[in-house]
Unconditional design. Structure first.
Length: 253
């Protein structure tokens, strides 16, 4: 069901990417975690990367996918890290199956509801007409009309691949995301609590985790700890990978 890249030997450490991302986004950090004695599983979530394309898309389904992945790989006890959408999936999985998760790391997302805010990105992606067989440069030129941030464009362009000779395509399932975009912002069910060590890492320049959110986070994750990476935005692990790595490793020791 889920495609993954596995590196290293030791304690299982699952990493879940964010919306429109894939396992490749974590290749460098994943290798560094593997060097510290972990067996790192970098997952492609459903409708992302090389994993299954499905008309169904929700956090509950993502949690079921993770559970089946763990069963398939005989993983009974894991550390779990998720960024953004992946953080929401990780929070839900840990809350539903606490016996399977030793430590949880959530990167720049909280358990609260987030209103849809990817409209401009989706508009840019939908503006690409692959029937005219655009080049990579053509696709970037189209996206640049909608998405001014260079880093965001490069992040999205990593999803381009040669579907067949001369024909590019996106790896993610854009048509499903157009229909199901509300699912990305769904809140963690209010009754769920995970009573094991949990590290939240936020970007100092990001507005995803506000000081006013901390009380709500602590209600769901009473053993939570919050760290901030100064001057980093939502892609904090890419903007300051060295500090992000150090924070995670210190927490896992």
């Amino acid at each position: 069901m889920l495609y993954s890249k596995i590196e290293g030997e030791g304690k299982a450490f699952l990493i879940i990417h964010g919306f429109l991302g894939m396992s490749d986004n974590w290749k460098t950090l994943g290798g560094q975690f593997a060097d510290k004695g972990f067996q790192v599983h970098m997952l492609d979530m459903r409708n992302h990367g090389r994993s299954v394309q499905s008309e169904d898309f929700s956090y509950e389904l993502m949690v079921q996918d993770i559970l089946e992945y763990c069963q398939e790989h005989a993983l009974q006890s894991v550390n779990l890290l998720g960024h953004s959408m992946g953080g929401k999936a990780a929070m839900l999985f840990a809350s539903r199956y606490p016996e399977m998760v030793d430590k949880l790391i959530v990167a720049d997302i909280g358990p609260k509801y987030y209103a849809p805010h990817h409209q401009t990105i989706l508009a840019g992606l939908n503006a690409v007409d692959f029937s005219v067989k655009p080049s990579r440069a053509d696709v970037e030129a189209i996206l640049s009309q909608y998405i001014t941030d260079f880093g965001t464009r490069q992040f999205l362009l990593k999803n381009l691949y040669w579907h067949e000779p001369g024909q590019l395509a996106f790896r993610f399932n854009l048509s499903v995301f157009n229909k199901k975009i509300e699912e990305i912002g769904v809140a963690l069910p209010s009754e769920l609590i995970f009573e094991k060590p949990t590290l939240f890492i936020r970007g100092g320049s990001s507005n995803y985790i506000l000081d006013s959110d901390i009380e709500n986070i602590a209600e769901h994750f009473p053993l939570m700890k919050l760290e901030t990476i100064p001057n980093a935005g939502h892609w904090l692990h890419a903007e300051n990978p060295a500090l992000f790595f150090q924070m995670v490793i210190s927490f896992l020791k």
